[in-house]
Design a protein around this ligand. Structure first.
Ligand code: FMN
Length: 331
């Protein structure tokens, strides 16, 4: 069965197929999410391009943005056809562009519509249907309103709620500010789990260490990390040993990069530019001696015409190899 004990959040432009392939080389058990894809893009655009992924990325969830039940149902069916393990609905993104189309956090004000969407998706697929949401939005900021949202959507059959532990302020804050300024209320997520013990509750927002994950897991079913998992990907090397009792797939950062080279080459062969891949691995040596030189070498060279694997190999050589290794799992 799919475990949601630890996941990496859906992030536009960040959790691309290349990032996910890379993250999978560091942790086997982490559940990965795609970037949000809107129902309109999937139905009217190049479906195969939006849903493209590598078999190595599983377990993998597709995140949808949309609100029309019929369109959500069609896209949930596509998620299953393309082999995803879960389909998730975005009720947390606060951008203006998506509000106009009734996508994202503005749907927190329309629990009944979200419930209809979930019901339609569940009819169209046997995949788990999950919802990622905020704890509120402007004008709907009480715990009771949060419970009303969760209860209404749960009645439509949603069993898993991924809660970003802050409200979204739709008037006056940018999407980026909305990820930092409204205060985190982890207590509310713990209280949700106590109130609805039969639901699977996943906590998200501001989590940066495995120690913090262990702490949250005393209260909820799973943790979802966004920015830290992207900016400091080697954090994922602790996930398999600490949360799943198995060894990490690779014991050193250099080994991860070497294992990534054939994938990078096959992408280059398809005509993908090196920067489209290398930008996702910049954080690998975060905090290491030579880590800054690694980044700099990539940012100065990966965009040059014809840049290939040699750029990655030169960057890697900037970092000494005798780095601490992750201990094999004991459990
Ligand atoms: N949340 C979504 O539900 N869908 C998205 O497509 C999405 N795109 C994001 C893009 C970026 C660059 C970032 C930083 C966040 C995005 N988010 C999106 C929000 C994250 O999924 C997550 O909820 C948020 O960053 C809080 O978690 P964190 O503090 O661990 O980063």
């Amino acid at each position: 069965p799919l475990s949601r004990r630890f996941s990496v959040a859906p992030m536009m432009d960040w959790t691309t197929a290349a990032y996910r392939y890379f993250a999978r080389l560091i942790s086997r058990h982490t559940l990965l999410y795609t970037e949000m894809v809107t129902t309109g893009a999937l139905i009217h655009g190049d479906t195969a391009r939006f849903l493209r992924h590598d078999g190595a990325e599983y377990p993998l969830a597709l995140q949808l943005g949309g609100s029309a039940p019929g369109e959500l149902a069609t896209c949930a069916g596509l998620a299953e056809d393309y082999g995803f393990d879960e389909v998730n609905l975005n009720v947390g993104c606060p951008s203006d562009r998506v509000q106009n189309n009734m996508i994202g956090a503005c749907l927190m004000a329309h629990p009944q519509l979200v419930a209809e969407g979930v019901a339609a998706m569940r009819e169209a697929t046997s995949l788990p249907v999950t919802v990622k949401h905020r704890i509120g939005i402007d004008g709907r900021e009480s715990f009771d309103e949060l419970c009303e949202f969760v209860e209404t959507v749960a009645e439509a059959g949603c069993e898993t709620f991924i809660a970003h532990a802050r409200i979204a302020i739709l008037e006056g804050l940018s999407p980026k500010e909305n990820r930092d300024i409204p205060p985190l209320k982890y207590d509310w997520i713990y209280a949700l789990k106590r109130r609805y013990p039969q639901l699977e509750i996943i906590i998200n927002g501001g989590i940066k260490t495995l120690d913090a994950c262990h702490e949250h897991l005393q209260h909820v079913d799973g943790v979802m990390l966004g920015r830290e998992a992207y900016q400091n990907p080697w954090l994922l090397a602790q996930v398999d040993p600490e949360l799943f009792g198995t060894a990490a797939p690779h014991t050193s950062r250099h080994d991860v990069l070497r294992a990534m080279l054939p994938y990078i080459q096959s992408e280059l062969d398809r005509g993908v530019f090196l920067t489209h891949i290398s930008r996702h691995i910049m954080g690998l040596f975060h905090g290491c001696k030579g880590g800054r030189q690694f980044r700099r070498h990539l940012s100065e060279n990966a965009h040059r015409p014809g840049a290939g694997l040699d750029v990655i190999e030169q960057a890697m050589a900037k970092v000494p190899e005798s780095l601490p290794v992750i201990e094999p799992a004991t459990a």
